[in-house]
Design a protein around this ligand. Structure first.
Ligand code: ADP
Ligand code: NI
Length: 206
């Protein structure tokens, strides 16, 4: 394992990579995921701090929603950065694994995920629910100009709640993550209830 590593160098690398992302994937998303992951690590008393911190910072590099290449270019970029920073091969493959597999959704799960993978994935998922997750969903929906809601059932940000966000609380890997998710989940449920109540105006005969 590397004796001294420069977290500021990793932070600067990430900041330089986020320019094409929507503002729900800005530097502050990265900071929230890093800090949430460290909080889960402390509560679960497991995982390597260095791996969790570096993997959190780098988790969205090459996200398929924003990149224009086929993914190989950003993986090479990330790998090159880690190699030039002097991390050892084992550490590098752990970071690349987390980066590549973190977005696995719909119950699909990589085989033998590391504890660090599970912690960083929980932190990323937590940022997609609760008040912040709600804000991010509409922010992303606006970024790609999706409908807020389509009563005919077509794609919309409200449908994204059913498709994904409401499922996240049952997909958490860690106990700490599950407790945090339960609290944030209720924010989504309350919001949707109010949203559909307000939508009733559309059906009124006036
Ligand atoms: P991350 O990129 O952080 O790993 P995701 O790729 O799942 O996580 O999505 C990031 C954010 O964008 C989340 O807050 C998610 O709700 C939002 N998002 C993704 N797809 C949609 C969509 N179709 N409609 C609205 N929000 C979306
Ligand atoms: Ni993310």
């Amino acid at each position: 394992m590397k004796e001294h590593h420069d977290i500021h160098k990793v932070e600067s690398f990430v900041m330089g990579c986020l320019t094409e992302y929507d503002s729900g994937h800005d530097w502050w998303h990265i900071v929230r995921v890093r800090n949430t992951a460290l909080k889960i690590m402390k509560s679960e008393k497991t995982g390597s701090r260095m791996l969790i911190e570096v993997a959190s910072l780098l988790h969205d590099i090459g996200d398929s929603k924003f990149r224009k290449d086929d993914g190989r270019k950003s993986e090479d970029l990330l790998k090159g950065f880690l190699e030039s920073s002097g991390y050892d091969d084992n550490f590098i493959s752990e970071v690349l694994f987390i980066n590549k597999n973190i977005s696995f959704s719909g119950g699909k799960r990589p085989e033998n995920p590391s504890k660090e993978f599970m912690i960083v994935q929980d932190a990323d998922r937590l940022d997609a629910i609760g008040a912040i997750g709600l804000a991010r969903a509409f922010n992303y929906g606006g970024f790609v100009n999706n409908m807020i809601y389509d009563p005919a059932g077509g794609p919309s940000t409200i449908r994204h709640f059913d498709d994904k966000l409401l499922k996240l609380k049952d997909l958490m890997n860690t106990e700490t993550g599950a407790i945090m998710a339960a609290d944030r989940h209720t924010v989504l449920v309350k919001f949707l209830e109010q949203f559909y109540n307000e939508w009733e105006i559309v059906k009124e005969k006036l």
